[in-house]
Design a protein around this ligand. Structure first.
Ligand code: SF4
Length: 94
């Protein structure tokens, strides 16, 4: 029996800090190639391109891998920090 990526990610627990986004973006950054890096690379699929070309992002399912930070800090990514202690992803293996 195969298990989808979504099912695997759904097993994790996420403690979302509603009052403090640990990642902030510029959703209207003009360079489409830069936006597509995030859409294609985020393992959680948290970056979505809207019909009008803007970027949607939800930090609630972040895996804290740092990929978006490496790719776009200083362009689209305006802030990247780890969540405060006890917040963020709790991986469930097995
Ligand atoms: S840190 Fe990783 S999982 Fe979180 S938003 Fe960036 S690329 Fe996606």
């Amino acid at each position: 029996m195969s298990v989808s990526i979504e099912e695997k990610l759904g097993v994790n627990k996420y403690f979302v800090d509603e009052g403090n986004a640990h990642i902030e973006i510029d959703p209207n950054y003009p360079d489409m190639k830069e936006k597509m890096k995030l859409v294609n690379a985020c393992p959680g699929g948290l970056y979505k391109l809207n019909e009008n070309g803007s970027l949607s992002f939800d930090y609630a399912g972040c895996l804290e891998c740092g990929t978006c930070r490496i790719l776009c800090l200083g362009t689209i990514i305006k802030k990247w920090e780890f969540p405060e202690g006890t917040m963020g992803v709790e991986f469930r293996h097995g």
